[in-house]
Design a protein around this ligand. Sequence first.
Ligand code: CMP
Length: 140
Amino acid sequence: MATERTFSILKPDATKRNLTGAVNAVIEKAGLRIVGQRRIQMSKAQAEKFYEVHAARPFFGELVEFMISGPVVVQVLEGENAIAKYREVMGATNPAQADEGTIRKTFSESVGENTVHGSDSAENAKLEIAQFFQDSDIAG
Ligand code: CMP
């Protein structure tokens, strides 16, 4: 297994409820290292670009509005098999279907407000990291 990097977002429901530390503790306990982290307010254009693959979905407007409803924490996580590992740690997109101990099972209230995002492939991880981080910020 190779050391990989993945992109993560702690969504507005996490920042609003002061859960960023609690979520980061789960991430770090799983062996993922937070090598980049920034708290930002996403613009509508940034959110629309980030989720452009979902533009045709009925929930797209709601998703964009939610992602700009408060600050988010964008992160780069590093570790063995980080992309798959983080998806495991997050749990299913719908918290009602997520396994015990996962971030979404523990903290999320709905499929829309599901606390975290993680990249679904190496290709998307690269693109998503590049949307929010300069190479020099995550060089170490
Ligand atoms: P995420 O992994 O960030 O990628 C796409 C997001 O769309 C997903 O998490 C959910 O938050 C959101 N999403 C998926 N299905 C629905 C839905 N039925 N209603 C609202 N949001 C959804």
